[in-house]
Design a protein around this ligand. Structure first.
Ligand SMILES: [Fe+2]
Ligand SMILES: [Fe+2]
Length: 401
């Protein structure tokens, strides 16, 4: 019943598109009977599937792949490319070219895609080689023969153009007005999903950059490095993934892990930078970086910062209850902090410090095994031991300090 209502709503959304006659170079004209036939066809069901599935995606690559797949299926064409407008570069780029594994960059006013983009008009070309806008260069390079093209601007509900979608080589016959109607409906849904995904990735990038830069500020003070933050956050991510946490949670952990020592901002220089051994009193003051970090982050509504607060507070707790600041034991310690505790220590062991040479990976493995159930959660330890080859790859890529 709910499904039926959603479906009806979807059809209502389609109707204005059918009523509006697009201004195109090739168009068969509107026919009410035909429009009704289209509504009841499988293509409408596919459009419905597309609209539902694309709106649930946040990752731009997945949105592009899904869009290209449904575009090909609905229009029954051989391949599809999506060109996205890069405002900074002032170029159109394409990541998805189903059946053609090549990334292409285009000027916004050249070729068929450029024409569709700059004019904000859809187009059907059934004899591309006689069209002056068609660039046969790609065909020449790939040995592919373009026979016909449909290209539609990707325009959101609010009228923003985000790019162009193109279908090439209809499998039977030529592209026609009916194809165009479906292409336009799909393109509106696609444009909104693409715009949302682009905005989402921008927000994520901004968040990530702020977190890392803030964490560097803290780390700068005691001379640990940017690479330490990168490596330990990747180890944390890999361990969590191996333990079976979902991708979203693992990604959150990757972003939150660099904040573990953010509370060092509150530790006086005379203690933080003291070259000799700390007195008991000074060590107690140093331990407070966990509480300072928690205080900095705890009131945030942002999931990553909330997770960061737990990590900052509990990354020096030990599984056996002998850690600080609270002496929490076992599962009392939030799992994110149990994972980061191991990742942080592992990276410190693998790095050079003024008082020690870097450990080899085998020495680290021995140490971690010995500390299983003492310093570290045995479940985290066994996940870590299973991903040693991936840890080695991270080390190869980022080196040791
Ligand atoms: Fe710490
Ligand atoms: Fe650290």
């Amino acid at each position: 019943m709910i499904m039926n209502n959603i479906y009806r709503l979807f059809l209502l959304n389609l109707q204005p598109m059918f009523l509006e006659e697009p201004n195109v170079e090739f168009f068969e004209g509107k026919d009410t009977e035909k429009a009704e036939k289209i509504i009841s066809s499988d293509k409408t069901k596919l459009l419905f599937d597309f609209a539902l599935s694309a709106s649930a995606l946040r990752d731009i690559d997945s949105v592009l792949e899904k869009t290209a797949y449904f575009f090909c299926k609905i229009l029954n064409c051989d391949r599809s490319s999506i060109f996205i407008w890069d405002k900074k570069k002032k170029k159109l780029w394409s990541k998805v070219a189903l059946g053609l594994d090549e990334t292409i960059e285009l000027e916004p006013d050249k070729g068929i895609v450029g024409f569709v983009f700059s004019q904000k008009q859809p187009i059907i070309i059934n004899d591309p080689y006689s069209d002056h806008r068609f660039n046969p260069e790609i065909d020449r390079k790939t040995g592919y023969k373009t026979k016909n093209i449909i290209a539609v601007p990707l325009i959101t509900y609010l009228g923003n153009i985000v790019g162009v979608i193109e279908g090439i080589n209809k499998l039977e016959g030529e592209f026609d007005g009916e194809d165009l109607k479906f292409a336009q409906i799909l393109s509106t849904y696609a444009a909104n999903s693409i715009e949302n995904a682009l905005l989402y990735s921008e927000i994520k990038k901004t968040q990530e950059e702020i977190v890392v830069r803030l964490s560097i500020a803290a780390e700068f003070r005691d001379k640990t490095t940017y690479n330490h933050l990168v490596r330990m956050s990747i180890y944390s991510y890999l361990i969590a993934r191996e333990m079976g946490f979902d991708e979203d949670w693992c990604e959150k952990l990757r972003l939150a892990a660099p904040m573990h020592d953010i509370g060092k901002l509150g530790v006086p220089d005379r203690i933080l930078l003291k070259p000799s051994k700390l007195t008991d009193e000074e060590f107690k003051e140093m331990q407070k970086h966990t509480i300072y970090g928690y205080d900095i982050l705890k009131d945030s509504d942002i999931d990553i910062l909330k997770m960061g607060a737990n990590i900052a507070l509990c990354h020096h707790e030990r599984y056996d209850g002998k850690g600080y600041p609270k002496g929490l034991k076992g599962e009392e310690i939030p799992i994110e902090a149990r994972i980061v505790a191991l990742a942080d220590v592992v990276d410190a062991l693998l790095s050079r410090r003024p008082y020690k040479e870097p450990f080899g990976i085998d020495e680290v493995v021995d140490f971690v095994k010995k500390e299983s159930g003492k310093h570290f959660d045995p479940k985290v330890v066994s996940a870590f031991l299973r991903i040693i080859p991936q840890i080695k790859k991270v080390l190869e890529k980022y080196g040791v300090d």
